[in-house]
Design a protein. Structure first.
Length: 229
């Protein structure tokens, strides 16, 4: 398994750590507004995306899909990113980084689980102590940008208050028999795209917490490989 490297930040200081991921989970349908979730499920069902069996739903992906590479290769042009707060467990403590649940949108129409596995999952290079972020999670600002050439367009913009807190997701995961080993990574959900889901040549993602003066950010270029038969 490829090693990842993070700058781990807290109010007591910063230090670098090498991190070996052993378990990767993508939490889906994590919004707090159940009516809004149901509306979105119906919208997606209308275009062929299967209805989730439970809400929230935890998708397993290969830990080998986690990457901090500055570029991501995908097959075809129908993929896009999703900015997410991401928990990771290192030396018995939870840390909050940022990531992109890059997803194959064509495959999503017939299998959400498969669409998650088909693309790498980029992560930022820093993380903040979760126990320090947690009291301010509702005000956490989650944003992303889609970039094509010189145009950098806002893609997502929302607050943690729209999502179930990561600690609640962990409790639900454990209640379903899920393990939380050292080296676990959990993507904790996303906010809606501002002007619809679309591909881009580069995707940037971040969260910021004004109360801590904390910001975690990352980005990657997207190379669409040709689809041949």
């Amino acid at each position: 398994m490829a090693m990842l490297e993070f700058e781990l930040c807290s109010t007591s200081g910063r230090h670098r750590a090498r991190f070996e991921p052993v378990l990767a989970v993508v939490a889906g349908w994590t919004g707090r507004d159940r009516a809004a979730i149901e509306h979105h499920i119906e919208e997606l069902a209308a275009i062929g995306v299967p209805r989730p069996s439970t809400v929230p739903l935890f998708y397993r992906v290969s830990a080998a899909q986690l990457t901090q590479s500055p570029a991501l290769q995908v097959v075809g042009a129908e993929t896009s990113g999703e900015a997410e707060p991401v928990l990771l467990r290192w030396e018995g403590r939870w840390w909050l980084t940022a990531g992109s649940d890059h997803t194959d949108r064509k495959a999503e129409a017939y299998s959400v689980a498969l669409s998650k596995q088909l693309c790498g999952k980029p992560l930022a290079a820093s993380a903040w102590a979760w126990d320090e972020v947690a009291p301010h999670y509702d005000s956490l600002l989650l944003r992303s940008f889609a970039i094509d050439g010189p145009r950098r367009a806002p893609y997502q913009d929302g607050r943690g208050a729209a999502l179930r807190p990561p600690s609640e997701l962990l409790a639900l995961w454990q209640a379903q028999g899920g393990a939380t080993p050292e080296g676990m990574v959990m993507f904790c959900g996303t906010v809606p795209a501002l002007n619809g889901i679309r591909p881009a040549g580069r995707f940037e993602f971040e969260w910021s917490c004004d109360a801590l003066g904390a910001r975690v950010a990352g980005g990657y270029d997207v190379e669409a490989l040709p689809v041949v038969s």
